[in-house]
Design a binder for this molecule. Structure first.
Ligand code: ASP
Length: 305
């Protein structure tokens, strides 16, 4: 019997420490705690890692301060286009969606891709058609709108940059979860609005299996940060590959994967769990919203405390 464990993240794009207020920090912590509660209640009841990561990510998508689902960042054209993926490590199955709009919980559509199609990744119009066929209800644009994100877009346009901004008072980010259940099954899920001011149908690492999300029977990994670099380094599967081919522990494999990301100029972090329920959460950014739940309770961190 394995040690049930859940780890979550709310993105590596944290508010810079000097701008964080106790009130804002309490809000972020409440969002992380709610997600830990949602995922842990599945694991604690003997449920599957796959259902636990899904429940945690749904909760994070519903929380407007994180960049996924409600509160997603805006594209250059003032739209909110979301990416999400989920992977079942032991069954070695995955589903993901890219460039979807007006869906309250993109992670549920990713799960439907995994469970109900012969495909792994659906994007744009086709993904929306599949959502309609599956009976997913669409939310109005105003459900996703937050003033802070809109202001970030105006700032990013004025500065002429695509923003993975760690200095704005309301940051961007991504959300994710990894879990090991009592049977030692592993799963990972990741969901994001991407990067502020993204253009031309830009898709990041989040829906790319192997880059932003990966799980097999050794480890489950969910990444956050500058997606282009995570795609170049295929960071999530890099952790699994280092464990397999170099016979490294999860901690060493994840540390090496982040060291490689740093070498190529990428910024961000990841959360990962192995079959024993060991968790690691390395990052090279100033902080990463993150949390851990196991039988000893919940732990939440933001910076390098
Ligand atoms: N990885 C995400 C992307 O590039 C953004 C993030 O994690 O902050 O779309």
């Amino acid at each position: 019997m394995s040690k049930p464990t859940l780890a979550i993240h709310g993105g590596a794009g944290t508010v810079v420490k000097s701008l964080m207020t106790p009130e804002l920090e309490a809000e972020y912590r409440a969002g992380l705690e709610a997600a830990l509660g949602a995922g842990w209640s599945v694991l604690e009841g003997g449920g599957a890692a796959l259902d636990a990561v899904q429940a945690a990510v749904v909760s994070l998508e519903d929380f407007p301060l994180f960049n996924a689902g409600r509160g997603s960042v805006f594209t250059h054209d003032g739209r909110q286009e979301m990416d999400a993926s989920i992977m079942d490590g032991n069954a070695f199955r995955a589903g993901s969606v890219a460039e979807v709009r007006n869906l309250k919980n993109p992670i549920l559509l990713a799960r439907a891709v995994m469970d109900k199609t012969a495909h792994v990744l659906l994007a744009g119009e086709g993904a929306m058609k599949f959502a309609a066929e599956q009976g997913f209800r669409l939310e109005a644009d105003k459900y996703f709108f937050t003033e802070g994100r809109w202001q970030q877009l105006q700032d990013a346009i004025a500065a002429g940059r695509v923003q993975l901004d760690h200095s704005a008072p309301k940051p961007i980010g991504t959300v994710g979860a990894v879990a090991c259940d009592t049977e030692g099954r592993l799963a990972a899920a990741t969901s994001t609005g991407g990067m502020t001011n993204k253009k031309f149908g830009r898709i990041g690492d989040t829906p790319i299996i192997g880059a932003g999300t990966y799980a097999n029977d050794r480890c489950a990994v969910s990444c956050t940060g500058h997606g282009e670099y995570f795609m170049l380094a295929v960071t999530a599967s890099d952790v699994a590959a280092r464990m397999k081919y170099k016979d490294l522990s999860l901690l060493d494999a994840a540390a090496e994967a982040i060291a490689h990301l740093t070498e190529i100029g990428g910024e961000g972090g990841l959360i990962a769990v192995d079959q024993d329920g060991t968790v690691t959460m390395p990052f090279n950014s100033e902080g990463m919203y993150r949390g851990l739940a196991d039988r000893s309770g919940f732990q939440i961190s933001i910076y390098r405390d």
